[in-house]
Design a protein around this ligand. Structure first.
Ligand code: FAD
Length: 461
């Protein structure tokens, strides 16, 4: 019952940390309170939402509409069953891959709810209520988050749902309200709009996606308006009531009322730390249940680490994996070569948004003088061929060194394209790289060259 390393939670952070510790020759236990490994990422978040997105984009014919017109569809009368079919098979395959990876690396899996008994001991309660104890030299808390569910919202799992419930939707609504103009809200709002559902987004701030480059958001909002997504900014839900006919009446602070079939509440997530008995080890959490860690992912108790969404921003599967790996390496004195600050952020809305490196705001705050270069996808041959009406790529270069500082993209393929810029930034590349390098033609990647030439012209007027 004693292990070198125990990870609590089998999401991206726990899985990667457990495998890393095992690769260092350590005995490893991975504890999961759910019925199966994978975490939010596999069962409620990343994989389901991205599978749903692909299914919707295919069945709706969305990618072809720029060529064949807005009414083009691959399938009429898309049902909830059409959407879930692909979902279940993708999730099942992903779980199988994870289980196999863990097994191959000799990571033991234990199903049960872990709570701290003391600084080295966890008590684990299984589904039958049997409690056993396990000790470890090092423990990683990677319990993730759950959707925030304010008391005044009458969630019913049917018409009024949170973002963890949406993948179990049994019918496709005709009218939908999405509460929250953050990443999850905008992803689902645009995915459902691609199904020609009437979508309203309600956001209490007077902006959406606050951390994204303003020009990129402007381009994105232009697209939202163009496809008739109604954005209600600077407004809030005053009351919400489900009628006998299952429709939902939403009354807003502004005085407006809306009648919809479904309300998706996607405004914030909460660390799953309320039932970990952290008080027994003296680890505190903030009001959103998040744990504070140092640069090595250590909590106030040095041999207890925390990684993934439970430590807050950026709360991505990609960064959670890297944090888990780094924590395990640090625990066993293995050197970590990592560039955590240079992670790309991907928003899988329709169209996609992605970015890496500095924003204009950060350049200004750091006193770095910079120039921008912009390319619009419709100006590239590839963009014309695939019928893109929207999409842009924006590059930030240092005026002093000509180094690439930041990449901001909205449009088709943004989450893939961003990695070109990420590599150039990581290797200290300059504007010359894009100007002098031959890109495949016709591709969207060519937009890098167009944007670099734009920046060159601005710098050499
Ligand atoms: C709708 C949605 C879309 C997303 N899309 C993306 C995306 O496109 N790209 C991206 O990179 N990220 C995306 N994310 C974020 C991504 O899912 C998370 O960053 C990632 O899952 C966090 O991983 P984690 O390891 O911290 O925890 P999680 O994946 O949350 O896993 C935590 C695990 O811990 C278990 N657990 C909790 N408490 C205990 C306990 N006491 N004992 C035992 N087990 C416990 C839970 O059951 C769970 O399985 C999305 C999230 C959501 C909600």
């Amino acid at each position: 019952m004693h292990y070198d390393f125990i990870a609590i939670g089998s999401g991206p952070a726990g899985k990667r940390a457990a495998i890393q510790a095992a690769k260092l020759g350590k005995s490893v236990l991975l504890i999961e309170k759910g019925q199966i490994v994978g975490g939010v990422s596999v069962h409620f978040g990343t994989i389901p939402s991205k599978t749903l997105r692909e299914t919707v984009l295919f069945l709706s014919g969305w990618r072809q509409r720029g060529i064949y017109g807005r009414s083009y569809k691959v399938k009429d009368n898309i049902t909830a069953e059409d959407l879930t079919q692909r979902l279940h098979s993708t999730i099942a395959q992903e779980v199988e891959i994870i289980q196999h990876q863990l097994m191959r690396n000799n990571v033991e899996i234990l199903y049960g709810h872990a709570r701290f008994k003391d600084e080295h001991t966890l008590s684990v309660e299984d589904a039958e209520g049997t409690i056993s104890e396990y000790t470890a030299d090092f423990i990683l808390i990677c319990v993730g988050t759950k959707a925030r569910r304010p008391d005044h919202i009458p969630f019913d799992g049917d018409s009024i749902i949170d973002s963890d419930e949406i993948i179990n939707m049994e019918r496709i609504p005709r009218k939908m309200m999405v509460v929250g103009g953050g990443v999850i809200g905008m992803e689902y709002a645009t995915i459902f709009k691609a199904l020609d559902i009437e979508v309203t987004v309600l956001e209490s701030n007077d902006y959406i996606l606050g951390f994204v480059d303003k020009e990129i958001v402007e381009e994105f909002v232009h697209h939202l308006r163009d496809c008739n997504i109604s954005l209600r900014l600077d407004d809030e839900l005053k009351s919400i009531e489900k009628r006998d006919d299952a429709k939902v009446v939403c009354r807003l602070k502004s005085g407006k009322s809306l009648l919809v079939d479904t309300v998706l509440f996607a405004a914030g997530r909460q660390g799953v730390t309320d039932d970990l008995a952290l008080e027994n080890v003296g680890i505190e959490v903030d009001k959103r249940g998040r744990i504070l860690v140092n640069e090595n992912y250590q909590t106030e108790v040095p041999h207890i680490y925390a990684a993934g969404d439970v430590i807050g921003f950026p709360s991505l599967a990609s960064t959670s994996m890297e944090q888990g790996r780094a924590a395990a390496c640090h625990a066993f004195g293995s050197e970590v070569h990592s560039q955590p600050e240079l992670f790309p952020y991907g928003i899988f809305s329709v169209p996609e948004i992605s970015m890496v490196g500095l924003t204009e705001q950060e350049c200004n705050d750091k006193g770095i003088s910079y120039e921008i270069g912009i390319a619009r996808f419709r100006e590239t041959a590839r963009g014309q061929i695939i019928g893109l009406r929207e999409g842009m790529l924006k590059l930030l270069f240092s005026i002093e060194t000509q180094k690439l500082l930041g990449v901001h993209i909205v449009g088709e393929g943004a989450t893939e394209l961003v990695h070109i810029g990420q590599a150039v930034i990581a290797l200290g590349g300059t504007l010359d790289y894009f100007v002098q390098t031959v890109f495949n033609y016709p591709t969207l990647a060519e937009a890098y060259k167009v944007a670099a030439l734009d920046a060159y012209n601005r710098m050499n007027f």
